[in-house]
Design a protein around this ligand. Structure first.
Ligand SMILES: CC/C=C\C/C=C\C/C=C\C/C=C\C/C=C\C/C=C\CCC(=O)SCCNC(=O)CCNC(=O)[C@H](O)C(C)(C)COP(=O)(O)OP(=O)(O)OC[C@H]1O[C@@H](n2cnc3c(N)ncnc32)[C@H](O)[C@@H]1OP(=O)(O)O
Ligand SMILES: Cc1cc2nc3c(=O)[nH]c(=O)nc-3n(C[C@H](O)[C@H](O)[C@H](O)COP(=O)(O)OP(=O)(O)OC[C@H]3O[C@@H](n4cnc5c(N)ncnc54)[C@H](O)[C@@H]3O)c2cc1C
Length: 633
């Protein structure tokens, strides 16, 4: 083991295993995760690490081991495929969940155990604006079939992931009988027997190469009436249409995956922090004091400023992911029982946190890569691949700006309710104080109060202030004679800013609440430091907001920076131990820089030598191209 890494792991001030247990949701979950990793994957003789041919093996193994819990599926898949994506991601996170949530019982029993499928909602002309989708589904009572059709070039289904050329069960979103509603259809197509279907691949992408995203053009293709997913809406044999309790129930799968993406952003950021911080502990470069040995780059304050707030953010997002999926499970359970009262709040929370966490993690991955210098740019670091696979999450499952505006829609509605004298509950209850001016900026002391509860209150006031400013912008636009829609559009910069601040407050509050639950003194102490760092770093990035909210004075601004530097120094001794607690296996990270043993240089040389380009001392291209050319010169 590298001596630097060895030294970093001495004198731990907290129990790493206990922190790993907290991240997993308990010691039993940690044990189960490791059992899946060590026993069911790494020690499985059939396991042929991450090669395409092992995809069928993976599916059969999941069934053999009876792994059906979504999180356990993800543990198995992420160990099997490491930080890459595999072709069936969409099947597990969208196709199956749609069948689970939108099929009636007869359809469920008929389809769920048998098929692998994709999710074809986006069209060439519309991805965000679902009410603009053009694919039609017209019911033919004479044959009891739906006629599926792509009327325009922009209606061609574009992007369905995991398009399998052999058979194509897919979930459709189409405009059926009543144009304002959408319904879901299972195609049940078996190619090439179905005429009227034109499919293909949309071509090379930025990345996401393990997933073959396709296109699908339908020319009056007929599917049985029973292929409409009929849990919430039905078309009867006589053609009569039974509307769902809410047209938004059709959007349920997107809310599910957005909820998952919150935690996934935390996982991906924790992977990158593991790589960058372990590497920074073994990389020596330049000098701090002339004549002395080159220091670990982790001892440079700028390197700490790059990485430690991201480390705190990774923990924050992992805890937010736990809160999000627990909230999703609770509210979707109520929806399943017909209680849709919290569906708007679930949509607003999942949409906002999905955008907030993916935007932040997306930027953070690049900071981690650049903090590793040239070796960070090498594929051996795994950081370029992680970035390329993660960055579309800012676009898919709801483009981030649009998602932030959906959250803003809920915030504006809530603000109006407070203005009308209503008492709010839930995540927006802090807006009640705005109306009663309880949010009046606190008389802040000359010294910045570092108590975590105080910091949460300051973020709450900042969010409330920005919500009120956005609402006032809309009101001012209306007062200038703009229609409601133009008033909204002319305020969308303010609205996104308000949603971002609302999500930032929510994430810090979740982090604080999680820290409050930690009983072990050592773990509580280090987590409390990270939560402070997360809050102070955000205050440094958005100082203007806190000044504008009147909760920070100009005289206090220097103390924010001073406090930040102190927290960076406080985290330094525990940095490697804090990434060890994420418990990412070397095989899964697949990173020369992030190895647990820190033996980077030897591994990097072996990695380079294993390249096909180095299979021979002199590359064949010399003999084939250069030597003949030289002979002619
Ligand atoms: C099993 C898994 C196991 C483990 C996995 C674990 C980890 C894995 C984690 C992550 C996986 C990694 C990667 C992800 C995997 C796959 C991703 C790959 C590919 C991506 C696939 C796709 O992208 S599928 C297509 C996605 N498309 C979208 O998201 C479309 C976005 N657009 C919309 O959602 C809507 O058009 C809209 C919301 C923008 C607008 O809708 P609409 O116009 O109908 O509504 P209005 O704006 O007019 O608002 C009207 C009112 O409706 C409310 N509303 C809107 N949406 C919802 C909703 N979903 N729920 C509830 N309410 C909703 C809105 O709030 C308005 O209400 P008012 O009261 O204000 O009127
Ligand atoms: C890797 C990847 C995999 C995908 N897999 C699938 C899949 O399997 N199945 C599937 O159905 N889809 C899939 N998609 C498609 C994806 O869901 C859409 O690309 C996504 O929903 C964004 O829609 P869009 O492409 O129409 O972007 P647009 O909405 O056209 O976005 C372009 C710009 O317009 C802005 N904009 C749009 N509407 C508004 C508004 N109301 N207010 C302000 N600004 C706005 C956006 O902010 C953005 O800046 C995938 C996409 C990617 C990148």
């Amino acid at each position: 083991m590298n001596p630097d890494i060895l030294r970093e792991r001495q004198n731990a001030t907290f129990d790493i295993e206990k922190l790993t247990n907290i991240l997993d949701g308990g010691a039993e979950r940690t044990n189960r995760r490791r059992e899946i990793r060590e026993v069911l994957v790494l020690n499985d003789p059939d396991f042929d690490y991450g090669t395409p041919t092992s995809l069928p093996t993976m599916i059969l193994k999941l069934r053999e081991y009876g792994i059906s819990d979504p999180v356990e599926i993800n543990w198995y898949k992420s160990m099997y495929w490491g930080t890459g994506r595999e072709a069936l991601g969409l099947h597990y996170v969208m196709f199956l969940p749609t069948l689970y949530t939108q099929c009636d019982s007869e359809q469920f029993n008929k389809w769920v155990p048998l098929i692998i499928g994709t999710y074809a909602q986006t069209e060439m002309g519309h991805g965000t604006h679902l009410r603009g989708l053009e694919t039609t589904a017209t019911f033919d009572p004479a044959t009891q079939e739906f006629v599926m059709h792509s009327p325009t070039v922009t209606s061609i289904k574009w992007w369905p992931g995991g398009r399998n050329p052999l058979f194509l069960p897919l979930i459709f979103l189409s405009i059926p009988l009543s144009a304002s509603l959408f319904d879901l259809f299972l195609s049940g197509f078996a190619l090439p027997t179905c005429s009227g279907i034109v499919i293909g691949d949309i071509g090379p992408k930025f990345g996401f190469d393990a997933v073959d995203n396709g296109y699908l053009k339908l020319e009056h293709v007929r599917i049985p009436r029973e292929n409409m997913l009929m849990k919430y809406a039905q078309v009867k044999p006589d053609g009569s249409y039974v509307k769902p309790l809410s047209s938004k129930l059709t959007y349920g799968t997107m809310v599910f995956i957005r909820s998952l993406i919150v935690g996934n952003a935390g996982i991906v950021l924790s992977q990158c922090c593991t790589i960058a911080i372990r590497y920074s502990a073994v990389r020596h470069q330049s000098e701090i004091r002339a004549g002395e040995a080159e220091p670990q780059i982790l001892d440079y304050q700028t390197q700490q400023h790059k990485l430690f707030p991201l480390l705190a953010t990774a923990y924050a997002f992992l805890f937010a992911g736990q809160y999000m999926i627990d909230t999703y499970n609770r509210i979707s359970g109520d929806i399943n029982q017909g209680d849709l009262s919290e569906m708007p709040e679930l949509h607003a929370l999942s949409a906002g946190l999905k955008a907030f966490t993916t935007w932040t993690a997306n930027t953070g991955i690049e900071v981690c890569r650049m903090s590793c210098g040239g070796h960070g740019y090498s594929r051996s670091s795994a950081l370029p691949d992680i970035y390329v696979e993660f960055t579309p999450s800012c676009t898919y499952e709801g483009e981030n700006t649009v998602m932030m505006l959906q959250t803003a829609r809920f915030l504006m509605k809530s603000y109006r309710q407070v203005q009308a004298g209503q008492q709010l509950s839930g995540a927006v209850s802090y807006l009640n104080k705005v109306h009663h001016r309880v949010m009046a900026p606190q008389a802040v002391s000359s010294q910045l109060d570092l108590n975590l509860n105080t910091l949460v209150d300051l973020y709450e006031i900042r969010a409330a202030m920005l919500v009120e400013l956005a609402a006032q912008s809309i009101q001012q636009e209306s007062a200038r004679g703009k229609c409601q829609e133009d008033s909204w559009n002319n305020s969308t910069i303010d609205l996104v800013r308000a949603s971002d601040a609302h999500c930032h407050y929510m994430v810090l509050k979740m982090f604080r609440d999680k820290v409050d639950q930690i009983e072990d003194p050592g773990v509580h102490s280090v987590m409390s430091t990270l939560a402070h760092l997360y809050a102070i770093h955000g205050m440094g990035n958005f100082t203007g907001d806190f000044l504008q909210a009147g909760v920070l004075t100009g005289a206090q601004v220097p103390s924010v920076s001073k406090c930040l530097k102190g927290l960076l120094a406080e985290v330094r001794p525990s940095a490697v131990l804090l990434v060890d607690a994420f418990d990412h296996h070397d095989k899964m990270l697949n990173s020369v820089l992030g190895r647990h043993d820190g033996n980077v240089y030897e591994a990097m040389f072996e990695w380079a030598r294993s390249s096909p380009l180095n299979r021979t001392e002199v590359h064949e291209s010399f003999h084939k191209h250069l030597k003949p050319l030289q002979a002619k010169l």
